[in-house]
Design a protein around this ligand. Sequence first.
Ligand code: AMP
Ligand code: TRP
Length: 354
Amino acid sequence: MSEFSPRVFSGVQPTGNLHLGNYLGAIRKFVALQESHNCVYCVVDLHAMTAQLVHEDLEEQIRSITAAFLAAGIDPKAHIVFNQSRVPQHAELAWIFNCVARIGWMNRMTQFKDKAGKDRENASLGLLAYPSLMAADILLYRATHVPVGDDQKQHLELTRDIAQKFNSDFSERIEKLGLGVEMMVGEERVNGYFPLTEPLIEGPAPRVMSLRDGTKKMSKSDVSDLSRINLTDDADTISKKIRKAKTDPEPLPSDLEGLVDRPEADNLVGIYAALSDRSKADVIAEFGGRQFSAFKPALSELAVSVLSPISTQMRSLLDDPAYIDGVLADGGERAGEIAEKTMKDVKAIIGLLA
Ligand code: AMP
Ligand code: TRP
């Protein structure tokens, strides 16, 4: 039985500064996966237009996310780094997925509900169709694994729904054209063109919370800059933000159970664990019983030691935009080869003369 060859795909939007949540939930995992997988990492500039159409500094934002990928340790020669709009097949496959997916599926997405707010009628059509473009990003490369933060879980379930509906609606033609790959769906053996992609969400910090409120996600759009650590913050700023991070008055607990109902403590322990590639249990074993006044300086030191080299490297990469543009052009070309092959297959499967 042939199988899908493992491939990793993920994307980050060029909207605003990257923060510790993006780094721990996504980029740090991107770096680690390079050891074991072929990886495609994309700056999803077409997604950036869904919530807000006009961005004064979109070019810089695209370069800045690319610089963050490279500075964090992504190797653009061994893998593929590019910006989405360079490969037109993303938009082309997204159109086809717009016809596969149902409006009801889109209306159920919590990210759509959050971003559209109260006035849904006035949200862009692109914001509603956002997950369909995201499914196209992933399935254009027939990617088997997608590292993301916990907030993207629902979008990945929808990606599987789209793949499954396409595979089943076109099963006869896929079979006839010999384009299918056998796979198990539950107990059933089926022949499909698109894999049912697995999210990679696990780890000690799948959802990094705000430093000001442990029940809210750390986010680019939070009005308080103290709520997040930006990848570009200097050492003093990082230390200040951790010193001011909200905590409760108790010392750290001596076991994991003790973190339940203590969202701020849980968040800081998770951040420490993720930054040091350890488990939360391990961190608790070391710091259990200690006061935050002892834990916070250790966390600051660790955060600075991990993030400072990245921001230094990012700044020096951004001094040479031509180099970054070259990386994106080269990645776009290699991504385009894979994308072209997929679209050719998809058109044959659907019956579009090409
Ligand atoms: P975005 O900036 O929305 O494109 O997000 C880029 C990546 O960072 C996605 O994989 C998100 O799931 C992840 N991410 C964003 N915020 C957080 C957070 N607070 N904790 C963990 N992962 C996050
Ligand atoms: N929706 C993702 C986010 O907001 C970004 C994204 C777009 C993405 N396409 C993707 C993530 C494909 C993973 C795979 O974070």
